[in-house]
Design a protein around this ligand. Structure first.
Ligand SMILES: Nc1ncnc2c1ncn2[C@@H]1O[C@H](COP(=O)(O)OP(=O)(O)O)[C@@H](O)[C@H]1O
Ligand SMILES: [Mg+2]
Length: 364
């Protein structure tokens, strides 16, 4: 068992810097998710742990030892890829045995490990098949099986669910999570899917352009996003982001087509900042229309309805507040008419305030 430690890690391809000053401590037995848009350097970070990419600067340690110069096979990690990377000419059993054979594991031991893993993953009946005779979900289970039979110190997952259909993805998500908590192996999981990150990670590191924007538990990141990027990246439907100017006395936010009072609970943040240009983040859940009950201090605004999406259990309402797009949910049987002016209560205590220039969260 071992944690993974990035210390000032950099990665360059020629003149192009892909990762810079990456500092991250992944604890022993932790499930860490690296999440961010495509191209932000997630796979590169993961591949550097595995030793598939060299480090251009800084140190990566697994457990107590720096591994920069250690070949991949000596790092005691197992990696699961998006495209499964199974050998097509080998059976499921042979695929799972492959890494063990290289390590010269005795046959009886190998049989035991493969049976055990196949049992856990529900693929015991598939051991004699070739990959082409398996569904996508079954192939991904085999890839997982191949990773776990080796009992590594660290699991590395690179978007392992991206090729599966939506329903299977949800199922495998919880299976991987259960597997990890059962095996208690330190895991680093890379995804561009914020819902995967939120539901699977003990902690998540939100990345953009090779840098960690925020590190925290899913709830910490959701409730206190450190900047506009994180606020907009995490959460479905995405957070509403309105431009506003703080009134001179710091007591109100004035924007195109709306005014919101600053609640007492946030006055410490706005004190002395009169005239500041801000971005105001409002999660869809903080906008209450219809007979639902709002919490804490609220303000009433009037939104113009543009589009209603019925999801069965709820409606997603796309509206405008002045010029600003505004999205929120409503109970399924209260569908407002398109074009209607709809009163909406804004829960003020959970407004997210960001400096418009730096895009950082206001803090005292
Ligand atoms: N071998 C390479 N040579 C040059 N640039 C690369 C190489 N591999 C990756 N990159 C660049 O590094 C950046 C990060 O890539 P990657 O880690 O694959 O992102 P992610 O996994 O987050 O989508 C991208 O801009 C990509 O184009
Ligand atoms: Mg990638």
């Amino acid at each position: 068992m071992a944690g993974v430690w990035f210390k000032d890690v950099a990665k360059r391809y020629g003149d192009v810097s892909v990762i810079e000053g990456l500092n991250l401590e992944i604890r022993d037995q932790e499930f860490m998710v690296l999440v961010g848009p495509s191209g932000c350097g997630k796979s590169t970070a993961l591949r550097m742990i595995a030793g598939l990419e060299e480090v251009s600067g800084g140190t990566i340690s697994i457990g107590p030892r720096a591994v920069n110069d250690l070949p991949p096979k000596d790092r005691d990690v197992s990696m699961v890829f998006q495209n499964y990377a199974l050998y097509p000419h080998m059976t499921v059993r042979e695929n799972m045995e492959f890494g063990l054979k290289i390590r010269k594991t005795p046959k009886p031991e190998m049989n035991r490990l493969v049976s055990e893993a196949a049992e856990v993953l529900g693929i015991a009946h598939l051991l004699d098949r070739k990959p082409k005779a398996l569904s996508g979900g079954q192939r991904q289970r085999v890839a997982l099986g191949r990773a776990i039979v080796r009992k590594p110190s660290v699991f590395l997952f690179d978007e392992p669910l991206s090729n599966l259909d939506a329903k299977l993805r949800v199922q495998m998500r919880s299976e991987i999570k259960k597997l990890q908590s059962r095996l208690q192996v330190t895991s680093v999981y890379v995804t561009h899917d914020q819902i995967e990150a939120m539901t699977m990670g003990h902690r998540i590191a939100v990345m953009k352009e090779g840098k960690i924007q925020q590190l925290g538990t899913p709830l910490e990141v959701y409730e206190r996003p450190a900047n506009v990027f994180v606020a907009q990246f995490i959460g479905t439907p995405p957070i509403n982001m309105l431009s506003a100017t703080l009134e001179a006395d710091g007591a109100g936010l004035a924007g195109e087509g709306f005014r919101l009072p600053v609640p007492q609970s946030l006055r410490a943040l706005t004190a002395g900042k009169g005239g500041a240009a801000l971005k105001v983040g409002i999660r869809p859940d903080q906008l209450i229309a219809g007979d639902a009950r709002a919490r804490g201090e609220t303000a009433q605004v009037e939104a113009r309805v543009e589009l209603v999406e019925p999801l069965g259990n709820e409606l997603i309402v796309h509206a405008r507040l002045g010029d600003n797009p505004l999205v929120f949910r409503m109970p399924p049987r209260e569908s407002p008419a398109t074009g209607a002016a709809l009163p909406v209560a804004v829960e003020l205590d959970s407004l997210h305030l960001f400096d418009a220039a730096t895009e950082r969260r206001l803090a005292v």
